[in-house]
Design a protein around this ligand. Structure first.
Ligand SMILES: C[S@@+](CC[C@H](N)C(=O)[O-])C[C@H]1O[C@@H](n2cnc3c(N)ncnc32)[C@H](O)[C@@H]1O
Length: 289
Protein backbone atom coordinates (compact mmCIF):
# COMPACT_ATOMS: atom_id res chain seq x y z
CA UNK A 1 0.00 0.00 0.00
CA UNK A 2 1.29 3.45 -0.92
CA UNK A 3 0.50 6.43 1.23
CA UNK A 4 -0.65 9.62 -0.50
CA UNK A 5 -2.27 12.80 0.79
CA UNK A 6 -5.77 13.70 -0.40
CA UNK A 7 -4.35 16.96 -1.76
CA UNK A 8 -1.71 15.19 -3.88
CA UNK A 9 -4.25 12.74 -5.21
CA UNK A 10 -6.67 15.52 -6.17
CA UNK A 11 -3.81 17.32 -7.95
CA UNK A 12 -2.92 14.13 -9.79
CA UNK A 13 -6.55 13.70 -10.88
CA UNK A 14 -6.67 17.27 -12.16
CA UNK A 15 -3.47 16.75 -14.14
CA UNK A 16 -4.79 13.55 -15.75
CA UNK A 17 -8.09 15.15 -16.73
CA UNK A 18 -6.28 18.13 -18.25
CA UNK A 19 -4.86 15.67 -20.82
CA UNK A 20 -8.35 14.43 -21.81
CA UNK A 21 -10.87 11.75 -20.91
CA UNK A 22 -13.75 12.01 -18.47
CA UNK A 23 -14.13 12.02 -14.69
CA UNK A 24 -16.14 8.80 -14.55
CA UNK A 25 -13.53 6.79 -16.45
CA UNK A 26 -10.71 8.14 -14.30
CA UNK A 27 -12.73 7.28 -11.18
CA UNK A 28 -13.10 3.72 -12.52
CA UNK A 29 -9.32 3.44 -12.91
CA UNK A 30 -8.65 4.83 -9.42
CA UNK A 31 -11.13 2.45 -7.85
CA UNK A 32 -10.42 -0.74 -9.77
CA UNK A 33 -6.61 -0.56 -9.84
CA UNK A 34 -5.82 2.08 -7.21
CA UNK A 35 -8.35 0.80 -4.66
CA UNK A 36 -9.74 4.28 -3.86
CA UNK A 37 -13.37 4.88 -4.69
CA UNK A 38 -14.79 8.23 -5.71
CA UNK A 39 -16.98 8.31 -2.61
CA UNK A 40 -13.90 7.70 -0.40
CA UNK A 41 -12.06 10.52 -2.10
CA UNK A 42 -15.04 12.90 -1.84
CA UNK A 43 -15.53 12.00 1.80
CA UNK A 44 -11.88 12.74 2.67
CA UNK A 45 -11.56 15.83 0.49
CA UNK A 46 -12.69 18.07 3.39
CA UNK A 47 -9.34 17.30 4.97
CA UNK A 48 -6.70 17.60 2.22
CA UNK A 49 -3.82 16.72 4.57
CA UNK A 50 -5.30 13.35 5.40
CA UNK A 51 -3.59 10.29 3.93
CA UNK A 52 -5.13 7.68 1.66
CA UNK A 53 -3.68 4.31 0.62
CA UNK A 54 -3.18 3.32 -2.98
CA UNK A 55 -2.76 -0.26 -4.17
CA UNK A 56 -0.57 0.79 -7.14
CA UNK A 57 1.66 3.79 -7.57
CA UNK A 58 0.59 6.88 -9.49
CA UNK A 59 3.11 6.28 -12.31
CA UNK A 60 1.47 2.94 -13.04
CA UNK A 61 -2.04 4.43 -12.96
CA UNK A 62 -0.87 7.26 -15.21
CA UNK A 63 0.57 4.80 -17.75
CA UNK A 64 -2.84 3.10 -18.01
CA UNK A 65 -4.57 6.46 -18.32
CA UNK A 66 -2.17 7.49 -21.10
CA UNK A 67 -2.84 4.26 -22.99
CA UNK A 68 -6.57 4.90 -22.70
CA UNK A 69 -6.17 8.42 -24.07
CA UNK A 70 -3.77 7.39 -26.81
CA UNK A 71 -5.77 4.64 -28.51
CA UNK A 72 -9.29 4.90 -26.97
CA UNK A 73 -9.05 1.41 -25.48
CA UNK A 74 -11.95 0.99 -23.01
CA UNK A 75 -10.67 1.40 -19.46
CA UNK A 76 -12.32 -1.90 -18.45
CA UNK A 77 -10.04 -3.82 -20.83
CA UNK A 78 -6.96 -1.94 -19.63
CA UNK A 79 -7.86 -2.64 -16.00
CA UNK A 80 -9.01 -6.18 -16.83
CA UNK A 81 -12.24 -5.86 -14.87
CA UNK A 82 -15.75 -4.45 -14.97
CA UNK A 83 -18.60 -4.05 -12.52
CA UNK A 84 -22.03 -5.32 -13.52
CA UNK A 85 -25.02 -5.51 -11.16
CA UNK A 86 -23.31 -6.58 -7.94
CA UNK A 87 -20.62 -8.58 -9.73
CA UNK A 88 -16.96 -7.83 -10.29
CA UNK A 89 -16.01 -9.57 -13.53
CA UNK A 90 -12.78 -10.16 -15.38
CA UNK A 91 -12.88 -8.91 -18.96
CA UNK A 92 -10.43 -9.19 -21.85
CA UNK A 93 -10.86 -8.24 -25.50
CA UNK A 94 -12.21 -11.77 -26.04
CA UNK A 95 -15.49 -10.77 -24.37
CA UNK A 96 -17.92 -7.91 -24.75
CA UNK A 97 -17.92 -5.52 -21.79
CA UNK A 98 -21.38 -6.24 -20.33
CA UNK A 99 -23.52 -3.10 -20.67
CA UNK A 100 -25.56 -1.43 -17.92
CA UNK A 101 -28.76 -1.70 -19.99
CA UNK A 102 -28.34 -5.50 -20.15
CA UNK A 103 -28.62 -5.61 -16.34
CA UNK A 104 -32.40 -5.32 -16.82
CA UNK A 105 -32.60 -8.72 -18.52
CA UNK A 106 -32.05 -10.28 -15.10
CA UNK A 107 -34.92 -8.21 -13.66
CA UNK A 108 -37.20 -9.49 -16.44
CA UNK A 109 -36.47 -13.04 -15.27
CA UNK A 110 -37.17 -11.93 -11.66
CA UNK A 111 -40.55 -10.53 -12.78
CA UNK A 112 -41.54 -13.80 -14.42
CA UNK A 113 -40.18 -16.21 -11.80
CA UNK A 114 -40.85 -14.48 -8.50
CA UNK A 115 -40.04 -17.41 -6.22
CA UNK A 116 -36.26 -17.44 -5.77
CA UNK A 117 -36.33 -20.98 -4.38
CA UNK A 118 -37.76 -22.23 -7.66
CA UNK A 119 -35.85 -25.08 -9.31
CA UNK A 120 -35.49 -23.26 -12.61
CA UNK A 121 -33.68 -24.71 -15.55
CA UNK A 122 -32.28 -21.79 -17.53
CA UNK A 123 -30.14 -21.48 -20.65
CA UNK A 124 -28.15 -18.51 -21.79
CA UNK A 125 -27.05 -18.36 -25.42
CA UNK A 126 -23.91 -16.31 -26.08
CA UNK A 127 -22.74 -15.85 -22.50
CA UNK A 128 -19.54 -13.80 -23.14
CA UNK A 129 -18.15 -12.85 -19.72
CA UNK A 130 -20.87 -15.00 -18.09
CA UNK A 131 -22.51 -11.95 -16.47
CA UNK A 132 -26.19 -12.88 -17.02
CA UNK A 133 -25.87 -16.57 -16.14
CA UNK A 134 -23.75 -15.93 -13.06
CA UNK A 135 -26.28 -13.36 -11.79
CA UNK A 136 -29.15 -15.82 -12.36
CA UNK A 137 -27.31 -18.74 -10.80
CA UNK A 138 -26.68 -16.66 -7.68
CA UNK A 139 -30.21 -15.28 -7.49
CA UNK A 140 -31.84 -18.72 -7.88
CA UNK A 141 -29.66 -20.99 -5.74
CA UNK A 142 -31.74 -24.09 -6.55
CA UNK A 143 -31.62 -23.50 -10.28
CA UNK A 144 -29.57 -25.33 -12.89
CA UNK A 145 -28.14 -23.26 -15.70
CA UNK A 146 -26.39 -23.94 -18.97
CA UNK A 147 -24.57 -21.24 -20.90
CA UNK A 148 -23.17 -21.46 -24.43
CA UNK A 149 -20.79 -19.45 -26.54
CA UNK A 150 -19.14 -19.99 -29.92
CA UNK A 151 -15.85 -18.69 -28.57
CA UNK A 152 -13.77 -20.98 -26.36
CA UNK A 153 -11.68 -18.09 -24.98
CA UNK A 154 -14.84 -16.27 -23.91
CA UNK A 155 -16.08 -19.41 -22.13
CA UNK A 156 -12.80 -19.68 -20.25
CA UNK A 157 -13.33 -16.16 -18.91
CA UNK A 158 -16.97 -16.87 -18.09
CA UNK A 159 -15.94 -19.97 -16.16
CA UNK A 160 -13.25 -18.04 -14.25
CA UNK A 161 -15.80 -15.34 -13.40
CA UNK A 162 -18.24 -17.97 -12.19
CA UNK A 163 -15.64 -19.58 -9.91
CA UNK A 164 -14.67 -16.15 -8.52
CA UNK A 165 -18.27 -15.04 -7.93
CA UNK A 166 -20.00 -18.14 -6.68
CA UNK A 167 -19.42 -21.08 -4.39
CA UNK A 168 -22.18 -22.99 -6.15
CA UNK A 169 -21.92 -25.50 -8.96
CA UNK A 170 -25.28 -24.92 -10.65
CA UNK A 171 -23.95 -23.48 -13.92
CA UNK A 172 -22.26 -25.31 -16.78
CA UNK A 173 -20.65 -23.89 -19.90
CA UNK A 174 -20.78 -25.35 -23.40
CA UNK A 175 -19.02 -24.33 -26.59
CA UNK A 176 -20.90 -24.25 -29.90
CA UNK A 177 -23.35 -22.55 -32.19
CA UNK A 178 -26.41 -21.22 -30.27
CA UNK A 179 -28.60 -24.22 -29.32
CA UNK A 180 -26.43 -26.95 -30.82
CA UNK A 181 -24.43 -27.85 -27.67
CA UNK A 182 -27.74 -28.21 -25.80
CA UNK A 183 -29.25 -31.13 -27.76
CA UNK A 184 -29.54 -33.24 -24.59
CA UNK A 185 -31.68 -30.55 -22.92
CA UNK A 186 -34.39 -30.47 -25.61
CA UNK A 187 -37.82 -29.74 -24.13
CA UNK A 188 -36.39 -29.13 -20.64
CA UNK A 189 -35.67 -25.40 -20.49
CA UNK A 190 -37.92 -23.12 -18.40
CA UNK A 191 -36.35 -19.91 -19.64
CA UNK A 192 -33.78 -19.10 -22.31
CA UNK A 193 -32.04 -15.74 -22.33
CA UNK A 194 -29.85 -14.21 -25.00
CA UNK A 195 -28.16 -10.94 -25.77
CA UNK A 196 -26.96 -12.01 -29.21
CA UNK A 197 -24.92 -9.97 -31.71
CA UNK A 198 -27.55 -7.72 -33.33
CA UNK A 199 -25.74 -4.78 -34.93
CA UNK A 200 -26.60 -4.46 -38.65
CA UNK A 201 -23.67 -4.54 -41.09
CA UNK A 202 -23.85 -0.85 -42.06
CA UNK A 203 -24.17 0.30 -38.43
CA UNK A 204 -21.23 -1.89 -37.45
CA UNK A 205 -19.00 -0.06 -39.94
CA UNK A 206 -19.81 3.24 -38.22
CA UNK A 207 -19.36 2.13 -34.60
CA UNK A 208 -17.09 4.33 -32.47
CA UNK A 209 -13.47 3.19 -32.49
CA UNK A 210 -13.46 2.32 -28.79
CA UNK A 211 -16.04 -0.35 -29.63
CA UNK A 212 -15.01 -1.43 -33.13
CA UNK A 213 -11.26 -1.59 -32.51
CA UNK A 214 -11.45 -3.52 -29.25
CA UNK A 215 -14.68 -5.43 -28.67
CA UNK A 216 -15.04 -8.79 -30.46
CA UNK A 217 -16.75 -8.54 -33.85
CA UNK A 218 -18.37 -11.93 -33.23
CA UNK A 219 -20.12 -10.40 -30.19
CA UNK A 220 -21.56 -7.46 -32.12
CA UNK A 221 -22.29 -8.16 -35.77
CA UNK A 222 -25.73 -9.55 -36.51
CA UNK A 223 -25.47 -9.93 -40.29
CA UNK A 224 -26.85 -7.59 -42.90
CA UNK A 225 -30.06 -6.58 -41.07
CA UNK A 226 -28.79 -7.39 -37.57
CA UNK A 227 -31.39 -10.14 -37.13
CA UNK A 228 -29.44 -13.14 -38.45
CA UNK A 229 -28.74 -14.65 -35.00
CA UNK A 230 -32.05 -13.60 -33.44
CA UNK A 231 -33.88 -15.41 -36.28
CA UNK A 232 -31.91 -18.61 -35.70
CA UNK A 233 -32.39 -18.49 -31.93
CA UNK A 234 -36.17 -17.94 -32.24
CA UNK A 235 -36.68 -20.63 -34.91
CA UNK A 236 -34.99 -23.34 -32.85
CA UNK A 237 -36.26 -22.24 -29.43
CA UNK A 238 -39.51 -24.31 -29.59
CA UNK A 239 -37.47 -27.55 -29.65
CA UNK A 240 -35.60 -26.66 -26.49
CA UNK A 241 -38.13 -24.84 -24.33
CA UNK A 242 -40.57 -26.64 -22.07
CA UNK A 243 -44.23 -26.18 -22.86
CA UNK A 244 -44.92 -22.59 -21.67
CA UNK A 245 -41.18 -21.88 -21.42
CA UNK A 246 -39.97 -18.31 -21.90
CA UNK A 247 -37.58 -16.75 -24.38
CA UNK A 248 -36.03 -13.40 -23.43
CA UNK A 249 -34.01 -11.55 -26.05
CA UNK A 250 -32.10 -8.31 -26.09
CA UNK A 251 -32.24 -6.47 -29.41
CA UNK A 252 -31.09 -3.27 -31.10
CA UNK A 253 -33.07 -0.10 -30.30
CA UNK A 254 -35.27 -0.36 -33.41
CA UNK A 255 -35.69 -4.14 -33.75
CA UNK A 256 -38.43 -4.76 -31.15
CA UNK A 257 -41.33 -4.87 -33.60
CA UNK A 258 -39.49 -7.18 -36.03
CA UNK A 259 -38.48 -9.53 -33.23
CA UNK A 260 -42.10 -9.54 -32.06
CA UNK A 261 -43.23 -10.60 -35.56
CA UNK A 262 -40.64 -13.40 -35.59
CA UNK A 263 -41.96 -14.64 -32.26
CA UNK A 264 -45.56 -14.55 -33.52
CA UNK A 265 -44.52 -16.47 -36.66
CA UNK A 266 -42.97 -19.15 -34.48
CA UNK A 267 -46.12 -19.55 -32.36
CA UNK A 268 -45.00 -17.70 -29.23
CA UNK A 269 -47.65 -16.08 -27.02
CA UNK A 270 -47.71 -13.33 -24.36
CA UNK A 271 -45.21 -11.38 -26.46
CA UNK A 272 -44.03 -8.11 -25.00
CA UNK A 273 -41.48 -5.47 -25.91
CA UNK A 274 -39.81 -4.34 -22.69
CA UNK A 275 -38.28 -0.88 -22.46
CA UNK A 276 -34.92 -0.08 -20.89
CA UNK A 277 -34.31 2.92 -18.58
CA UNK A 278 -33.99 5.23 -21.59
CA UNK A 279 -37.43 4.22 -22.82
CA UNK A 280 -35.99 2.12 -25.68
CA UNK A 281 -37.70 -1.19 -26.56
CA UNK A 282 -34.51 -3.09 -25.73
CA UNK A 283 -35.93 -6.55 -24.95
CA UNK A 284 -38.53 -8.75 -26.58
CA UNK A 285 -39.98 -11.64 -24.66
CA UNK A 286 -42.45 -14.41 -25.36
CA UNK A 287 -43.78 -17.70 -24.06
CA UNK A 288 -43.83 -20.84 -26.15
CA UNK A 289 -47.56 -21.71 -26.29
C1 LIG B 1 -23.55 -9.31 -27.42
S1 LIG B 1 -22.47 -10.54 -26.77
C2 LIG B 1 -23.26 -10.86 -25.24
C3 LIG B 1 -22.34 -11.30 -24.16
C4 LIG B 1 -23.00 -11.37 -22.76
N1 LIG B 1 -24.10 -12.29 -22.73
C5 LIG B 1 -23.48 -9.98 -22.35
O1 LIG B 1 -24.70 -9.75 -22.35
O2 LIG B 1 -22.64 -9.14 -22.05
C6 LIG B 1 -22.89 -11.93 -27.77
C7 LIG B 1 -22.14 -13.23 -27.43
O3 LIG B 1 -22.60 -14.22 -28.36
C8 LIG B 1 -21.50 -15.02 -28.75
N2 LIG B 1 -21.82 -15.61 -30.06
C9 LIG B 1 -21.71 -15.04 -31.29
N3 LIG B 1 -22.10 -15.89 -32.26
C10 LIG B 1 -22.47 -17.03 -31.62
C11 LIG B 1 -22.97 -18.29 -32.07
N4 LIG B 1 -23.17 -18.53 -33.37
N5 LIG B 1 -23.26 -19.22 -31.14
C12 LIG B 1 -23.06 -18.98 -29.82
N6 LIG B 1 -22.59 -17.82 -29.33
C13 LIG B 1 -22.29 -16.86 -30.22
C14 LIG B 1 -20.33 -14.06 -28.78
O4 LIG B 1 -19.10 -14.76 -28.70
C15 LIG B 1 -20.63 -13.17 -27.58
O5 LIG B 1 -20.02 -13.66 -26.42
Amino acid sequence: MLCISVKDLLCWKKKQLSKGGDTQTLAFLLESIGGISNSDLNFHSINPKENLYLKKNLEFLESIWNQHLLNSCPIQYLCGITFWRDLKLEVTTKVLIPRPETELIVDIVFDIFRNKSEKLFFAELGTGSGAISIALGLAYPFSEGVATDIDRDALEIANKNYINSSKQSNLKFYCGNWWSPLERFKGKIDVAISNPPYIPQETYKKLPKEVKNFEPKVALLGGEDGLKHIREIIQKAPFFLKDKGWLILENHFDQGEKVKQLLIKNKFTLIEIVKDFSGIGRFTIGRYK
